[in-house]
Write a new protein. Sequence first.
Length: 320
Amino acid sequence: MTNRWDKTFAKSANVDHKKVTFTNRYGITLAGDLYQPKGASGKQAALVVCGPFGAVKEQSSGLYAQTMAERGFVTLAFDPSYTGESGGQPRNVASPDINTEDVSAAVDCLGLQSNVDRERIGVIGICGWGGMALNAVAVDKRVKAVVASTMYDMTRVMSKGYNDSVTLDQRTKTLEQLSQQRWKDVDSGKPTYQPPYNELKGGEAQFLVEYHDYYRTKRGYHPRAVNSGNSWTQTTPLSFMNMPILSYIKEISPRPIPFVHGEKAHSLYFAQTAHANAAEPKELLIVPDAVHVDLYDNLKKIPFDRLEAFFKQHLRPAAA
């Protein structure tokens, strides 16, 4: 792990930062950035921050983590298994199961910090990790509150396409291609990778242009991020196409969920569906005029005041 500050955002003078490592249930060592408010004393409330899918902790999750640390929380942003500075081979592969476990492993890490109150831990999941966070919190009853920001359900989009447009015939053909890709990979002894992510050739949908604007420009580029011109393995979609992650979203209740999403985001339907399927207490918070990636790093759009108030309410100390 590098010890130099290589984030896509400026370092805060009001926050202490250090690198940490921790291990998930599958024995994979994960790398994280721990942010703590300067001068805080006693046991603190804490937040795991994760996402977007294909990003690293030096990007959006780190910005959220540092900002929430400025507001009084101990926070942990981390690289998922097989990506960034975290362990696991081969590189740049994802799994709905292992990635869900990564969230709970980050909760473990926070709970081992001497200044963290284990009864006051929450989670923020961004983009594709909004879905992962919800899936983790459904089974991890240690988490007291969760926010899904500009969320995707990665299992839904990989299995059904955008706006659920993939037909059964198209899905079958994709699975046939991925199945044959396994023969190619096993014959070569190594995985084949998809084309570089977020390259523009002209004529792309507006949301793809917006992804490029974040991941491939000075605004959000990071050389370790899959989305910054690297790529996933060709067979990464296999498990996502067969394992819907939000089947038990109702079991997050009675813990509260705000779904934060941009009014103009192409991905808004993911949040609307998840909100409809979740049990109370829940809220769908629509950010006016915001597109999907505005909630990655736009400090004028991300409702940090609302996030702070939400977590201070739901992670407040138990009455004496």
